[in-house]
Design a protein around this ligand. Structure first.
Ligand SMILES: Cc1cc2nc3c(=O)[nH]c(=O)nc-3n(C[C@H](O)[C@H](O)[C@H](O)COP(=O)(O)O)c2cc1C
Length: 546
């Protein structure tokens, strides 16, 4: 006798239930049977649809039941976040990291009772050495001057809001960030989506120009100097940042789909409403390192002497070396370089880019810092860094490795109330931070969140001041790699000064950095007139059949 496979059980029960309820309704005319008809009818319809559709084999084999699996799978991240993962293991940011930001943003207790939850014997564990001669730091508003030799230098906080566009973030999120920056005296990077009215709440701005030149482009999408000068001249714009690449998706352009190009976004970006907006992968205003330096000079002039810098994720080392050689040969340089680590965030990017492209922050920062030191430019070019910098220790470690200041994107998103739902790309952000849906974004209370942004910044720097005082220092600029120690194995620890190579000042100019393979292999070969690979790399490529 044929036995119906048990996987069809739910469908069979739904059909049987529908028949029974239909009979009950016909014979007894009581409304509960009507409810049964509705419920079993819907399930039976779903099961029939599952059986006859062709997109999902699992649904054809398991009508109705497959949906239970899909649903459980869809709420898996939440289940893991709420019930399974420990305080320190969740990614990209652990519960411990997020709750530190929430507590600092809400200005509530940020102390840890009883002791550390860290496994201090685990390889990779890092700590900072304290001193027996601690200092006393009264003011935690640590600042550095960028573009000191330019007509309009900028005094920046050491912890600022990294680039996130209006478009990626909601209007209210941008407003709250900018108000928080104004109140706390730190800067807010516009992101590459242009400078919108929401950015103009009185906070200091770094205006970012991506390859789409939003807010300063002509009808063909090319750089428009007049429109640039107009916006760059605004008092709130303190510096200009040319975005070359982003750690989470280096070398990947972007498309903002037409339906998302609202009248407000169209006006901010200087593009037609309702049409797809393309951000090309590369800039059209320059195509060689030397041309890039000329473009930087031009922007500086057009902005009335404000500091101009670049933001990049490190890829091929010879391309970065070529830029530094162009700086030397042209006798001019960007006022700052912001290094974005491969672990950096994004609203949306392909998984391979997020996971596998872009050098992680430690290595990228070391390369940038060492090259500038070796080329005799480090005293002229300030270095910023971003990539999962969220706590005072993260800032201290990053500055110890060569950064002059740090930026955070997702840290400030948490301060706004982001819960790491990771739905930035769906327009259904539950906290109203990363959405263009006016209902969702509109519920974000601007004055309250601005205050949290300010508190997060101030309390993080207060914690940094306490760490520095314990280490016997007065300013984070005094930190060096010798202050941070890493466990290599259960029986070996090294301080970062001995773990990593540091190039002596001017060593690249005299051939003295040759012991490090990356400098030995590529520094001499890098060409300030081209981003193309050196001949030795071409030769390797030609050894393959293509
Ligand atoms: C929602 C979102 C939007 C972003 N948009 C930009 C952008 O427009 N331009 C840019 O240079 N970086 C952008 N980034 C990258 C951040 O500025 C930052 O460099 C990176 O996330 C590393 O910082 P974090 O680890 O503190 O998030 C974005 C990041 C996020 C999370």
């Amino acid at each position: 006798m044929y036995r119906l496979p048990s996987r069809y059980g739910a469908y069979a029960i739904s059909l049987a239930g529908l028949v029974v309820c239909l009979l009950g309704l016909a014979l007894l005319h009581a409304w509960p049977w009507g409810l049964g008809v509705l419920a079993f009818g819907l399930l039976a319809a779903l099961g029939t649809h599952d059986l006859f559709q062709h997109h999902h084999t699992v649904s054809r084999n398991y009508p109705i039941l497959a949906h239970l699996r899909y649903w459980l799978e869809s709420i898996g991240p939440e289940i893991r976040q709420y019930f399974i993962q420990s305080d320190t293991e969740e990614r990209p940011f652990s519960r411990e990291q997020r709750s530190l930001v929430y507590r600092r943003a809400k200005n509530t207790i940020d102390k840890q009772p009883f002791g550390s939850q860290r496994d201090m014997q685990a390889p990779g564990y890092e700590w900072m050495n304290h001193s027996l001669a601690p200092t006393r730091i009264e003011d935690h508003d640590f600042r550095i001057v960028i573009g000191a030799d330019r007509p309009r230098p900028y005094s920046a906080s050491v912890f600022n809001i990294s680039a996130m566009s209006f478009g990626a973030l909601s209007a209210n999120a941008i407003r709250a960030l900018n108000e928080g920056a104004r109140e706390g005296g730190f800067y807010h990077d516009t992101g590459e989506g242009g400078l919108s009215p929401h950015h103009r709440q009185g906070g200091d701005l770094v205006w970012e120009l991506g390859s789409g030149y939003f807010g300063c482009r002509d009808a063909e999408g090319r750089f428009d100097p007049e429109r640039f000068a107009e916006t760059a001249g605004l008092e709130a714009v303190k510096m200009i940042e040319i975005k070359l690449s982003q750690g989470a998706k280096p070398g990947h352009g972007g498309v903002l789909p037409g339906p998302k190009v609202t009248p407000e976004i169209a006006a901010t970006r200087g593009v037609p409403e309702g049409l797809d907006v393309i951000s090309p992968a590369a800039h059209s205003a320059f195509s060689t390192p030397r041309e890039m330096i000329a473009f930087i000079q031009r922007l500086r002039e057009l902005s009335g002497g404000k500091p101009v810098g670049i933001k990049l994720a490190i890829g091929h080392p010879w391309e970065w070396f070529a830029m530094v050689k162009a700086m030397r040969e042209e006798g001019d340089h960007p006022d700052f370089v912001v290094v974005d680590g491969g672990q950096g965030g994004t609203g949306a990017a392909p998984l391979e880019f997020v996971n596998r492209l872009g050098m992680p922050l430690t290595e990228a920062l070391l390369l940038v810092h060492n090259t500038l030191v070796g080329a005799g430019l480090r005293d002229k070019v300030r270095v910023g860094a971003a990539g999962k910098v969220i706590s005072a220790f993260d800032i201290a470690r990053t500055m110890a490795l060569g950064a002059d200041w740090c930026n955070a994107a997702r840290g400030y998103m948490f301060a706004l109330g982001c819960i790491q739902a990771q739905s930035c790309h769906t327009d259904r952000c539950p906290s109203g931070v990363a959405t263009q849906n006016p209902q969702r974004g509109g519920r974000l209370d601007v004055p309250l969140k601005a205050e949290r942004v300010r508190h997060f910044h101030a309390n993080t720097l207060k914690a940094l001041a306490e760490m520095l005082a314990a280490a016997g220092l007065n300013h984070p600029g005094e930190l060096g790699p010798e202050h941070v120690i890493r466990r290599i194995s259960r029986h070996e620890v090294r301080n970062l000064a001995t773990l990593f190579d540091f190039v002596p000042p001017n060593a690249l100019l005299s051939g003295g950095a040759a012991q490090h393979p990356v400098f030995r292999d590529y520094w001499e070969l890098a060409d300030p007139d081209s981003f193309a690979p050196p001949a030795s790399v071409w030769q390797l490529r030609q050894s393959k059949l293509v």
